[in-house]
Design a protein around this ligand. Structure first.
Ligand code: AMP
Length: 409
């Protein structure tokens, strides 16, 4: 877990604001779900996943309830859907902090932020396209140019189950050659063996059965419509039959946005897919759904690596230097802020020289200086700190307007 300081914190906020703009432009409304849920909400949807089995911050609260900090958004959004029964299609976006007890490393933390979008109540494959496009265009808008879109379909639940059995048989027959970790994964969830990045598993995985042989007509058509839609929008993608994703509930469309610059275990900037049975498993009516999440921390690392969407040092518009005791600075800053200008000042009765240093550091375009001469004349000096304009004395009554003009000119 990390502290996020200036200027990174403002960059995180801009990132979320940018996502909100993209999502709201596509008709998604914001939802804010609790940071803490009944652990069963996550438990029910991710029985066989590492996220739920090993990584939850789960504890008993003072009322004896079994609760967990959320490790992801989708389960909470589905729980909210069951609880509020909104009209469908229900298009929502959200952003915030999730917790997973993982081994921390670059791009992987125990507390991390995500932006997320979900659509409940329609199985139209064009919604899949809209979602994938939303995430894609958002990432492009940050300036990222090395992101690849991986696409797969896991078929209908029955097809997926048949595929899982085929993998169980196949990997079972080659268990002696698999890494110990993959043998353990196999017992829990054969699909996840496909995720192994261990070199000793690579050749065995490469020869494993692939999902497309298990598609029925409906899933084949769904997948075709998704691909045609992406083609129509000129969004480049790679069909990746081994893309299974970490959470267990996906059926049909799954996708992932992969960065080029991070270690391969941390190179997924985001991803998602369809989860048509999830609402039902939480006690709601059969309701198709699809969603994705993009990791804020990790995507900002990718932005660093591609030198885009950089953090900006915060700056004020004006800095007030007051050598008459500080009350003038108080009044001028107050007036400036109420007029919508960003204004700062020094405290503790510092010297003129020290205050000018602070003015330079503040990033202000203009210093407003009040000494005893100006105080008795009812004026202030306006001194441009950038460029080569001259300092001039301005009546206090005109001061804020003059500074505004200076900034806009
Ligand atoms: P997931 O919810 O596992 O599909 O993850 C979606 C995205 O969230 C990933 O692609 C990452 O960008 C981000 N993410 C997931 N887990 C972590 C973590 N422990 N630390 C940082 N980012 C994470």
């Amino acid at each position: 877990m990390r502290d996020v300081l200036v200027p990174e914190a403002a960059r995180v906020r801009r990132f979320v604001d940018r996502f909100a703009r993209h999502a709201e432009a596509a008709g998604y409304g914001q939802i804010i779900t609790p940071l803490l849920e009944d652990a069963a909400v996550f438990q029910r949807v991710g029985e066989a996943t590492d996220v739920v089995q090993k990584e939850m911050y789960r504890f008993t609260d003072n009322g004896g309830r079994d609760v967990s900090l959320r490790p992801e958004f989708t389960a909470s959004v589905c729980r909210a859907f069951v609880q509020h029964r909104p009209a469908t299609p229900w298009k929502v976006w959200t952003a915030g902090t999730n917790f997973r007890y993982e081994r921390p490393q670059r791009g992987r933390y125990r507390q991390f932020d995500q932006v997320d979008a979900e659509v409940l109540g329609t199985e139209d494959p064009l919604v899949d396209v809209e979602m994938i496009a939303l995430g894609w265009h958002f990432l492009q808008s940050l300036g990222l140019r090395q992101v690849r879109l991986l696409l797969n379909s896991l078929g209908e639940p029955g097809e997926r189950a048949a595929y899982v059995e085929a993998l169980r048989t196949y990997f079972g027959s080659r268990a002696a050659e698999l890494s110990d970790a993959s043998v353990a994964t196999l017992a829990r969830n054969p699909l996840r063996v496909l995720d192994s990045k261990r070199p000793e598993d690579a050749a065995i995985i490469a020869a494993a059965p692939t999902i497309e042989h298990f598609y029925g007509d409906a899933s084949r058509t769904h997948f075709e419509v998704v691909r045609d839609g992406l083609d129509l929008l000129s969004i480049p993608y790679e069909v990746s039959p081994r893309l299974v994703r970490g959470l267990d509930y996906y059926v049909r469309t799954t996708f992932e946005y992969v960065g080029a610059t991070l270690d391969s275990a941390q190179n997924a900037l985001g991803g998602g897919g369809r989860y048509d049975g999830l609402v039902e498993s939480l006690g709601g009516p059969p309701t198709p759904g699809i969603g994705f999440a993009i990791g804020v921390d990790r995507t900002l690392l990718a932005c660093d690596d591609e030198a885009v969407f950089d953090a900006r040092e915060p700056a004020v518009d004006m800095f007030v230097v007051d050598t008459t005791g500080g009350a003038a600075a108080l009044a001028i800053c107050d007036e400036a802020r109420r007029a919508g200008l960003r204004a700062d000042r020094a405290f503790d009765g510092r010297s003129m020289k020290s205050q000018m240093k602070s003015a330079d550091r503040s990033g202000a375009a203009v210093a407003v200086i009040v000494g005893s001469d100006e105080a008795s004349a009812g004026t202030a000096l306006v001194r441009p700190l950038r460029g080569d304009g001259d300092q001039r004395a301005v009546p206090r009554t005109d001061l804020i307007q003059t500074v505004s003009d200076e900034l806009n000119g």
